[in-house]
Design a protein around this ligand. Structure first.
Ligand SMILES: *Cc1c(COP(=O)(O)O)cnc(C)c1O
Length: 299
């Protein structure tokens, strides 16, 4: 059964003209749940479904939770999503719309997560929002699709929260002998967990995370993302909340697609001319999408 879909790869004329090279967009915003998280959730949920599990539990009030809820519904298996009281109404609504049981527990994410973990049994599997090799495997198929369309990118731009996207894209690039190309890994100043770890030369946890890109607000990236960033040609980049927001607005005008600031961070590198490429370069931007955004939210 296919849960995630093969997404469009489009050459962006507006972004290419203003960047002076070829900009290609992998439109993960077109996934049924609005983000690439459906690739990772599908991979892990199908894996465990084939082993006969009876349900899933997630503690993500964001795109990961929505993707697990969707995958469970498609597989005919119940999903419980435990979220803290701070989770916005819109996110709760999207999770419930997928038919999942929504449990509101605790003031902060760690309390919700502890409760989610307490629901795990032999037959109920916990799905981590970003730290599991099966998740990365699912995400790596994005690169397979790009290569199968004849594009071998000279660079990739993507955003980093907990690091599953970086892990999965890195896996896909290495599989296709593209492990040497630069990967621009973008965070906001308030969610710079990868940047802080690279500066420290070891995995560190941020005392606090802040700002508009709540989807990127993991206080620590997974160890694999740190290892990938240390081993490969990964360039850590930071942008402001306003730059991310402005990129969302401009992208809406340029491509008629509404994306979260968590995705806008990647595009802001281009809109704000923070990097230069050779005119012949083909640059792949992962339009990771995001479901918890409304027109009102980016005004
Ligand atoms: C999860 C997510 C991210 C960050 O991905 P990580 O794998 O956590 O680094 C970025 N954008 C969107 C829309 C997401 O759903």
């Amino acid at each position: 059964m296919d849960i995630s879909i093969r997404t469009p790869l489009i050459h962006s004329l507006p972004l290419s003209q203003q960047s002076g090279c070829n900009i290609w967009l992998k439109m993960e915003s077109s996934q049924p749940t609005g983000s690439f998280k459906l690739r990772s959730a599908e991979k892990i949920c199908c894996h465990y479904a084939s082993k006969g599990v009876k349900g899933f539990v997630s503690s993500s009030g964001g795109n990961a939770g929505i993707a697990v809820a969707h995958s469970g519904r498609r597989l005919g298996l119940p999903v419980t999503v435990v979220v803290p009281e701070t989770t916005p109404a819109r996110a709760r609504q999207l999770i419930e719309m997928e038919g999942a049981r929504l449990v509101v527990h605790g003031k902060v994410w760690s309390e919700a997560n502890d409760y989610a973990l307490s629901l795990v049994t032999d037959e109920i599997v916990y799905v981590h929002p970003f730290d599991n090799p099966l998740l990365w495997e699912g995400i790596s198929t994005m690169v397979d699709e790009v290569i199968s369309e004849g594009l071998r990118p000279d660079a990739v731009i993507l955003s980093v929260g907990g690091g599953s996207m970086l892990s999965g894209i890195a896996q896909g690039l290495e599989k296709h002998q593209l492990g040497h190309i630069p990967v621009y890994a973008v965070e906001t100043h308030g969610t710079a967990s990868l940047n802080a770890s690279l500066n420290a030369g070891k995995l560190v946890r941020l005392d606090k995370v802040s700002g508009i890109a709540t989807t990127l607000a993991a206080s620590q990236v997974c160890e694999n993302a740190f290892n990938v960033a240390s081993r490969m040609n990964v360039k850590s980049m930071l942008v402001s909340d306003l730059e991310a927001l402005n990129a969302c607005r401009r992208f809406l005008d340029d491509h008629r697609v509404l994306i979260e600031p968590a995705c806008g961070v990647s595009l802001s590198l281009l809109y704000e001319h923070k990097i230069r490429f050779n005119p012949a370069n083909n640059v792949l931007v992962i339009i990771c999408g995001g479901a918890s955004v409304t027109l009102e939210g980016i005004k």
